[in-house]
Design a protein around this ligand. Structure first.
Ligand code: AMP
Length: 192
């Protein structure tokens, strides 16, 4: 299996690039943000609990997202690999993911980390908010809270994988195609 983490702050282009990568490499896309938004839309107890955190730009508790990922891994056995988008976001999530993958006899192949300046991130998210229908993209205070959560809790996840020599940094500014091409070069180098 080829298991990839697409990493980066909110607004760095993970969702856009994930769509292109899964189409080209036929990986199963697991986005915890998308899974949580589906739970909210279906008004499940999990969704209602998660919404309180998401509306404030805070991370949802680890056990909630780890449980969701565990079920998704079980529900998708037999795929060529997984693309994790927006997960793991804490070191505890990274440790849990490693354990879950190990139980399935596999592991993370690489973490591709998109790098974008904070000014550009806020601008992109406010622009996205005009059309995404996401309430957490329209309020600048919530956007800054999400970036703050990324800096205080999520950035450490890159250090975790750096210790295993699995992180490649990719410039996340430029055209969508330029960034995609740089991501593909790194994936191809590991698949061959
Ligand atoms: P995203 O779509 O990845 O930007 O996620 C939107 C929101 O969902 C985040 O601001 C968090 O509140 C929540 N969320 C998504 N993924 C995670 C995760 N792995 N851990 C905790 N909270 C998450």
């Amino acid at each position: 299996m080829f298991n990839l983490i697409l990493f980066g702050p909110p607004g760095s282009g993970k969702g856009t690039q994930s769509e292109k990568i899964i189409e080209k490499y036929k990986l199963k896309h697991l986005s915890t943000g998308d899974l949580l938004r589906s739970e909210i839309a279906a008004q499940t107890p999990l969704g209602l609990e998660a919404k309180n955190f998401m509306d404030k730009g805070q991370l949802v508790p680890d056990e909630v997202v780890i449980g969701m990922i565990s079920s998704s891994l079980d529900a998708n056995s037999g795929v060529a690999g997984f693309l994790f988008d927006g997960f793991p976001r804490t070191t505890a999530q990274a440790e849990a993911l490693d354990k879950l993958l190990k139980l399935k006899g596999t592991s993370i192949s690489v973490m591709l980390a998109l790098e974008v300046s904070e000014t550009e991130l806020v601008q992109r998210l406010l622009n996205r908010g005009k059309t995404s229908g996401r309430s957490d993209d329209t309020n600048e205070t919530v956007i800054r809270a999400r970036i703050q959560e990324y800096e205080t809790k999520t950035a450490a996840v890159a250090s975790y994988y750096e210790d295993f020599d699995k992180v490649v940094k990719i410039k996340g500014e430029g055209t969508i195609e330029e960034i995609f091409s740089n991501l593909c070069s790194e994936i191809d180098a590991r698949l061959s």
